[in-house]
Ligand binder design. Sequence first.
Ligand SMILES: C[S@@+](CC[C@H](N)C(=O)[O-])C[C@H]1O[C@@H](n2cnc3c(N)ncnc32)[C@H](O)[C@@H]1O
Length: 306
Amino acid sequence: MTGHAGGSAEPPDTGGVGGATRQAARWATVGDARAHVTGRLAAAGVEPCEVDADLLIASVCGWTRPRVALERDTPLKAGTAAAIGALADRRAAREPLQRLLGEIGFRRLRLRVCDDVLVPRPETEVLAGLAIEATPPEGTVVDVGTGTGAVALAVADEASPGLVVATDVSEAAVACAADNAQRRGLAVNVRLGDLLEAVPEQLRGEVDVLVSNPPYLTPEEVAAAAPEVAEHESREALVGGAGGQDVIWRLLAAAGQWLAPGGTVLVEGATTRLAAAAERAKQLGLRGVGVQRDLAGRERVLVARR
Ligand SMILES: C[S@@+](CC[C@H](N)C(=O)[O-])C[C@H]1O[C@@H](n2cnc3c(N)ncnc32)[C@H](O)[C@@H]1O
């Protein structure tokens, strides 16, 4: 097999279901695969296509991303090429990159991404940071709607809590969060149930930080989102009833019962509806109500205290 630098003589395959899988048999080198996968992803509207192509190849080959460029003349075995082609076709169908790679970085952690469980978003790192700052030493933290466990695990990793409880209504999420906790060796007590119903009763009035990234979008907002979200994420994880507000409002009502005096509630929400949620928090008698912005400068997290 002859390696040739920087790609193939053939034009990249730019479309069609299974296009990359069909082409893969003709890729002689890593460089061929890079050129074809990049072209396939670009045609499907994936950005940045070069980065995604390199990450998919790296994950199949068990390499770091920079190594892919250095190995461009390396011959590809048929099985490896086929595996890369199959992943490229799934990415071209706009499956989230992290779901294909199987894991995601969240603050200091690498977390497993699971089927039917939301891939954590970068803006949620801000929510986790606020929860970490608000957690007193040996404090009790409850993360409602934990998904992969990202927020609860970040608190267990970066703060010094006495107890972290994480809840979710989704069995897939509970299994995923428990698995991530075990893999990372972090103590998070994961429970299945609606809001705080699965939290031990003796913690009522004792919680120092109640944190949540609940479903807060409307069906219309999900439909208008990128295909990675609109077509490949669980609607239960994304859509809140009553115009996106119902889970947030129920959570704020529960905060008064579960927080210790002076305890903090932190809830991620839609920028356009945070003012209404803040008003609701005040009506419910919560104090110090404010809104924090995400890394893009958008209002993103409601903060209040009991
Ligand atoms: C937007 S996702 C957030 C997941 C995770 N916290 C994160 O930030 O990546 C919302 C999560 O809340 C869960 N959920 C939805 N309704 C819930 C409820 N009533 N009680 C507990 N969890 C709920 C969903 O299953 C989903 O895992």
